[in-house]
Write a protein that binds this ligand. Structure first.
Ligand SMILES: Cc1cc2nc3c(=O)[nH]c(=O)nc-3n(C[C@H](O)[C@H](O)[C@H](O)COP(=O)(O)OP(=O)(O)OC[C@H]3O[C@@H](n4cnc5c(N)ncnc54)[C@H](O)[C@@H]3O)c2cc1C
Length: 303
């Protein structure tokens, strides 16, 4: 791939809701912006996006297609499928190098790269992720309402998520996958009448991504139709390579100001990489804030 575009105002890295919302603002403001996206969004295996008003249940791919259909009207916008592997700032402009060797250059950059999920090692997990295994009850609690569900976790997380799941179903159990339950957690779960099992999960059964039975190492078989987990998360390598300050726990988020500006010159970040409240609507809102800030900054910048 050769040089694609050198005369850009803004390079938007990532092509999810944070990116596309920013693109809409930038296109309507007649700014030359390029969306560079590696594809494969993390919610791709999910059947539908929930809690985005007017778009309830649209597929993740369908959501992006609808966004791009809206963006067609604005001639200063373009997109390319590529992964940015390196970025540098020469004091005036940002340069970004893609995996295939192209160099892109822009006055400002918006990082909207999302995060990387790090999944637990549970047999049968991969084929059920985002089908019958979920991480967010706001996103998928409704789909398992009144059904028997389990959650994997212990300590603070079990004490938080078990009562949360009771919003959607009374039939909740907690599995700690081989970790002991502390006394406090046992008391809380007993009071909630939530059974708990420490024995490790050794298998999940059910056809075509569904869940019917959870098998524990001690021979217990649990009839369950949904499993809630808390995957670990990490930032993309690009974020680390830039040396951006991170803060927060468990996911260290990129530090941004109220308008999504990072500590590096003319570099903004939006969406999941900047927040623990990882939702499509929130990502779109933060992309909008970043774009507004970029437009104002470029307007008054003399560089
Ligand atoms: C299984 C699942 C189900 C979910 N369901 C819901 C739901 O129902 N409702 C809801 O509100 N939220 C849901 N979420 C959360 C939601 O998907 C995220 O909050 C949202 O997609 C974040 O948007 P984003 O733009 O920050 O990042 P993403 O949507 O993750 O997009 C980031 C993009 O950046 C690209 N990228 C990464 N690095 C680079 C690079 N170096 N160069 C170029 N491109 C790069 C990626 O390939 C990706 O396409 C779900 C999440 C998961 C995992």
């Amino acid at each position: 791939m050769s040089m694609i575009e050198t005369n850009l105002d803004v390079l938007i890295i990532g092509g999810g809701p944070a990116s596309l919302s920013a693109a809409l603002y930038l296109g309507r403001a007649r700014r030359r912006a390029l969306v560079v996206d590696a594809g494969g969004p993390r919610h791709a295996p999910s059947a539908g996006v929930h809690n985005f008003l007017t778009r309830e249940g649209v597929t993740p791919a369908g959501f992006r297609e609808l966004a791009w259909a809206d963006l067609q009207e604005f001639p200063t916008l373009s997109r390319v499928e590529a992964r940015v592997v390196e970025m540098s700032h020469d004091g005036t402009r940002w340069s970004a190098r893609t995996e295939s060797g192209a160099t892109l250059s822009a006055r400002a950059v918006l990082l909207a790269v999302g995060v990387v999920d790090v999944h637990p090692d549970i047999p049968g997990y991969a084929e059920r992720w985002a089908k019958s295994i979920h991480h967010c009850p706001f996103c998928h609690g409704w789909e398992v309402r009144d059904r028997p569900v389990a959650m994997v976790g212990k300590g603070d997380y079990a004490r938080h998520m078990a009562p949360m799941l009771k919003n959607w179903t009374d039939d909740v159990i907690v599995l700690s996958h081989g970790e002991p339950f502390d006394e406090d957690t046992q008391k809380v779960l007993d009071a909630l009448k939530v059974p708990f099992y420490a024995s490790p999960i050794v298998g999940l059964e059910g056809e075509d991504g569904t869940l019917e039975t959870i098998l524990l190492q001690n021979g217990t078989r649990l009839a369950r139709q949904g499993l809630f987990v808390k995957p670990g998360q990490r930032q993309h390598d690009l974020i680390h390579a830039l040396g951006l300050p991170l803060k927060g726990d468990p996911l260290p988020c990129v530090e941004v100001d109220a308008m999504q500006r990072t500590s590096l010159p003319l570099l903004w970040a939006a969406g999941d990489c900047t927040t623990g409240f990882q939702q499509v609507l929130e990502a779109a809102a933060s992309g909008a804030r970043a774009a507004a800030s970029i437009i104002m900054t470029l307007t008054f910048s003399t560089d």
